[in-house]
Write a protein that binds this ligand. Structure first.
Ligand SMILES: [Zn+2]
Length: 272
């Protein structure tokens, strides 16, 4: 990315134009270790989206390429519901996304990725319905034409998922029903029963077959910690999405098994 640093007045009273190729964002010194790790994770997972970092006594903020200012760290301790309702960006990494499904029961409240900073996602993908719509492109997903956000490589990642799933289906055609009767991608809406925007609003999420993926609010017997349903979901499909930066709603305490969401900061190689 070519970035104008601007015009610098030199000692000879002339204007010097300075241009830097791929300018690095300066990480302020003296940050707590955890904060610095989280910051470096976001800088790597969202290249070019963050222009600068400001560290003050009581908070750290990001100035985004869009011009928006996002609270990265407010240094306030938060309980579960506060992380859901009003997280700073660092809070959204509070729960590590587990690589494997090795729990006997799902730990209560382990919800990696259910915490979202709307200020951050809005600055990248669009903060209003019309802004998001301008960023949508069509992705051919195994014959389905889907709208997905092209910012930060989200649509390109979904294309890679589709290509890999086509290969998986050659070996395991029995998985095909999961990839039909799709629940959809872009949809400007709130999370059911809340005033928070769904990740579908940003065009970075996809719901696969709604009949084959349980959502906790639709289940009579919710059994939130139960592993059986989660483990019955084809892990071959989950692995493909994860490889390309998507988290799975089956790794949430408040599970949503049909749901995949582009959140590269929570997955290797970026996750702290
Ligand atoms: Zn969904």
């Amino acid at each position: 990315m070519w970035l104008w640093l601007g015009m610098i007045r030199c000692g000879f009273c002339c204007w010097l134009f300075v241009t830097v190729l791929g300018a690095e964002v300066v990480v302020p010194s003296g940050l707590p270790t955890g904060t610095e790790k989280a910051l470096r994770c976001f800088l790597a997972a969202y290249p070019g989206c963050i222009e600068s970092v400001q560290s003050e006594e009581s908070r750290v903020t990001l100035t985004m390429a869009s011009g928006a200012v996002v609270v990265f760290e407010d240094y306030l301790p938060k309980k579960y519901q506060q992380r859901i309702d009003d997280p700073d960006l660092a809070d959204t990494l509070h729960d590590a996304y587990p690589a494997e499904m090795s729990f006997k029961t799902w730990p209560e409240g382990l919800d990696p990725g259910r915490y979202r900073s709307d200020a951050f996602l809005g600055a990248i993908y669009g903060s209003t319905k019309s802004e998001v719509k301008k960023n949508l492109v069509t992705v051919d997903f195994l014959g389905h034409k889907l709208s997905f956000n092209q910012c930060n490589g989200a649509a390109a990642a979904l294309k890679k998922v589709a290509a890999d799933l086509a290969e998986v289906l050659k070996k395991k055609p029995g998985l095909k029903p999961h990839l039909e009767n799709l629940g959809g991608t872009y949809n400007w809406r709130k999370v059911a029963g809340t005033s928070r925007l769904s990740a579908h609003s940003y065009g970075i999420s996809i719901d696969l077959n709604t009949d084959l993926g349980a959502y906790w609010q639709w289940e009579k017997k919710q059994a939130l910690a139960e592993m059986k349903k989660r483990l019955a979901y084809p892990q071959e499909i989950v692995k493909v999405f994860e490889k390309h930066g998507f988290i799975w709603g089956g790794k949430w305490y408040y599970y949503d098994l049909m749901h995949f969401e582009y959140r590269p900061e929570l997955l290797p190689p970026h996750a702290p």
